[in-house]
Design a protein. Structure first.
Length: 352
């Protein structure tokens, strides 16, 4: 197909051949019926079609890339008209010498030399063919550009999603390692168990979260490991109420989306509060959607939701951005609510 900037546009050669053969047969029968002389029509088309093709490919392969695309419009008009005129002269002389002296039987007059009327009529005919072929080229160029833009946007989207996911893991491990450090300083007996749980989480995050989607079962298992880690670290002062309902099998979700909310609940609801703390987590699958809810007490230093979001670091903003990039607007709904010093996150997200 047709080229752009000197490189073949990716229509295979056989489609060029099919196009010109179809056009040739149509034109031969059309003029054969008009003159009631199919032999004459065949001869004139065998002579004329190489000229049509030469002009069309000259235009789309050379003149357009080198003049139109470079905004040399006047030079393009002069070049295209000159090329058509030369081809008309060639066609006239070859028809006169090889086929018949009556080179314009469909015209208003019999001619034996090049006239202005013949030249204009033939140039208009060539322009018609060239316009038709050029329109095909422009259409395919447009479709190719649309695909290129779409592929670029998709690539940028995937790159941004990978970047956002790559932020979460270091963020999570940084917080957890800080906790391990605190326990190590205290020479706590809990430290080995926490390190073991952390290694399981690291294995999951490093090797199982590279794909765009992860099974909901694996995500919940990862969350359970995280909760086990927090139970070990916090002991009796932490109460976790977790429930899972509905069919979680064969469901998929973006990796570590949910873990971000859970980590933030512990960061702000547990670490910034003293005494006993309760975290409530619910996974409820209804048809193709997961209804996820997590609630935690607000930090004692603030009970304002806006302050919570500002202090949540990259976690909440990261997950908001990932939801925007990875899901259609109708595929998820995220909401936050602060009531009676309890902060609640609700996420309804498509998991089919």
């Amino acid at each position: 197909m047709i080229l752009n900037s000197g490189k073949l546009y990716r229509i295979q050669l056989q489609y060029h051949i099919i196009f010109w053969l179809t056009y040739f047969v149509f034109n031969t029968f059309r003029w054969g019926s008009y003159f009631n002389d199919y032999a004459y029509s065949l001869k004139t088309n065998l002579l004329g079609f190489p000229i049509h093709m030469a002009l069309c490919y000259l235009n789309i392969l050379i003149l357009m890339p080198n003049l139109i695309y470079k905004k040399k419009y006047l030079l393009y008009v002069i070049s295209i008209l000159s090329a058509i005129f030369i081809m008309v002269v060639v066609k006239f002389n070859m028809t006169y010498l090889l086929i018949t002296h009556d080179v314009w039987p469909e015209g208003p007059e019999t001619i034996d030399k090049l006239t202005l009327n013949y030249t204009i009529d033939m140039m208009m005919g060539e322009l018609y063919v060239m316009t038709f072929v050029t329109a095909i080229k422009i259409t395919f160029d447009f479709l190719r550009e649309q695909k290129r833009v779409t592929d670029l946007e998709k690539s940028q989207l995937e790159t941004e999603l990978l970047f956002l996911k790559s932020q979460i893991s270091p963020h999570f491990f940084f917080n957890t390692l800080n906790n391990i450090y605190s326990l190590a300083v205290e020479k706590s007996d809990k430290t080995p168990k926490i390190v073991l749980k952390l290694s399981e989480l690291m294995r999951y995050m490093l090797y199982d979260t590279k794909s765009k989607k992860q099974s909901l079962e694996n995500e919940i298992l990862c969350i359970q490991n995280y909760l086990d880690l927090e139970r070990i670290r916090n002991g009796d002062r932490l109460e976790i109420d977790m429930s899972v309902s509905g069919d979680i099998h064969d469901k998929e979700i973006s990796p570590i989306i949910l873990l971000t909310f859970i980590e933030n609940a512990f960061k702000h609801g547990v670490n910034k509060n003293t005494g006993k703390v309760k975290i409530a987590i619910s996974f409820k699958v209804k048809e193709d959607f997961l209804h996820f809810t997590i609630s935690n007490p607000t930090p004692e230093i603030t009970v304002h939701k806006d302050n919570f979001n500002k202090s949540s670091g990259i976690g909440i903003e990261n997950v908001k951005k990932r939801l925007e990039l990875g899901y259609n607007k109708n595929d998820y709904k995220l909401s936050f609510k602060n009531k009676k010093n309890i902060f609640v996150v609700k996420l309804v997200i498509k998991v089919s």
